[in-house]
Design a protein around this ligand. Structure first.
Ligand code: C5P
Length: 227
């Protein structure tokens, strides 16, 4: 059984919007609905657990019935960080019964079905898998004062997206280890890497953008228009 965890508990301050960005409309449909519909369309995923900010449960429940999002089986209140929100979702009964967990940010509404399937297939083989894209810009490491220390070798770099897929027991072990030493990663794979376990990278989808800044909403609207 494969269960999806959708961290949707951020407040999205970088968008300067009155609502958390995952509840903003994207071509007349809330962004989170588009993300959950993408998950709804993946046959391998049987259920979804969504972490939301305090006070948004009724709104999400209403959206689930309006858009017939039947895979959303549990809504949990997230934590102060994304990692805390995923940790809350990991406690859900639905997740504890799963062999594999796919974690997908609520703010990536354009992930295609094949991307979920691709990471899941790799996770079944390696235990953990993430999608990544080769950067087209040159990437440099800088000092705190904005001076370049070094130029990274671009061929070996990947910009990592979600969905990220894991064998459930491995992911739980990674979250337990991170909690014990108080370590915070910027994605779920980082916690598995910290265990010393291999994480496979599969080719990501360029259209699978993360809505972070106002420009991202404009790009997403255009991409949806083309679809
Ligand atoms: O803030 P950022 O864009 O990196 O968030 C990525 C995802 O993690 C978003 O879907 C956001 O709602 C979620 N998140 C969360 N709990 C937090 C912070 C972010 O579930 N405390």
């Amino acid at each position: 059984m494969v269960v999806a965890i959708v961290p949707a508990a951020g407040l999205g301050t970088r968008l300067n919007a009155p609502l958390p960005k995952q509840f903003l409309p994207l071509r007349n449909r809330p962004l989170i609905v588009r993300t959950l519909q993408a998950i709804e369309n993946v046959p391998e995923i049987t259920a979804a657990v969504v972490a939301i900010p305090e006070g948004y449960a009724a709104q999400l429940r209403h959206l689930c019935s309006e858009y017939q999002l039947s895979k959303v089986r549990r809504i949990v209140v997230g934590g102060a960080t994304r990692q805390d929100s995923v940790a809350q979702a990991l406690q859900a009964e639905e997740v504890r019964q799963a062999a594999y967990v796919v974690i997908h940010d609520a703010v990536r509404p354009l992930a295609p079905c094949w991307l979920f399937q691709r990471v899941l297939e790799a996770a079944r083989q390696y235990g953990a898998a993430v999608p990544g894209l080769a950067p087209t810009d040159t990437v440099k490491e800088i000092t705190a004062n904005g001076i370049i220390c070094r130029t990274l070798q671009r061929e070996r770099l990947r910009l990592i997206q979600t969905p990220q897929a894991f064998r459930r027991e491995l992911l739980e072990q990674a979250y337990r280890a991170a909690a014990q030493c108080g370590w915070e990663g910027t994605d779920d794979a980082a916690l598995v890497e910290a265990l010393g376990h291999a994480v496979a990278v599969v080719e990501g989808a360029p259209e699978n953008i993360k809505i972070t800044y106002p420009l991202d909403l404009i790009v997403a609207e255009h991409l949806l228009e083309q679809a």
